[in-house]
Design a protein around this ligand. Structure first.
Ligand code: SF4
Ligand code: SF4
Length: 141
């Protein structure tokens, strides 16, 4: 939200009514954030008939906005995504809305703004290294 608001802040985005690009589901009374994984083999890209949904070969970010091909709002990506993280854009004539990884920021705004550090943004190698450290600590605990 923050990255797509005029203010650039979460509070400003809430005040402006900016539509959320990540989602939080309640499971057994606990909040679970669901967001685009920018999949290695994105089902949404495969499903997109116009080519609007693309995975950037350098950044790995999957996005349908800012590309040469236009999104026509066929919703095939919505049906294909296994996580349900693409939604129709409110107030627009049939454009799909999803996390775009805050392409212009070094770290996505949701990760920067989460007060409980529930979200992380890291390369897959760093993720694996962190998991090895955790597993090793559990083995010697
Ligand atoms: S929108 Fe869904 S299918 Fe597409 S990259 Fe994100 S998680 Fe994967
Ligand atoms: S809604 Fe847009 S991005 Fe999604 S499959 Fe259709 S044309 Fe592609």
């Amino acid at each position: 939200m923050a990255a797509h608001s005029a203010s650039g802040t979460i509070m400003g985005a809430l005040a402006e009514g900016v539509q959320a690009r990540i989602h939080v589901e309640a499971v057994n009374g606990r909040p679970v954030p669901l967001l685009c994984c920018h999949c290695e083999e994105p089902a949404c890209v495969d499903a997109c008939m116009t080519g609007a949904m693309q995975k950037d070969p350098v950044s790995g970010i999957v996005a349908n906005e800012g590309n040469e091909q236009a999104c026509v709002g066929c919703w095939m990506c919505i049906m294909a995504c296994p996580y349900g993280v693409i939604v129709p854009k409110a107030g627009e004539p049939r454009i799909a809305l999803k996390c775009d990884g805050c392409k212009d920021r070094p770290v996505p705004a949701c990760v920067e703004g989460c007060p409980n550090f529930a979200l992380v943004w890291e390369e897959v190698d760093a993720c694996a290294a962190g998991k090895r450290q955790s597993a090793a600590k559990e083995l010697v605990a």
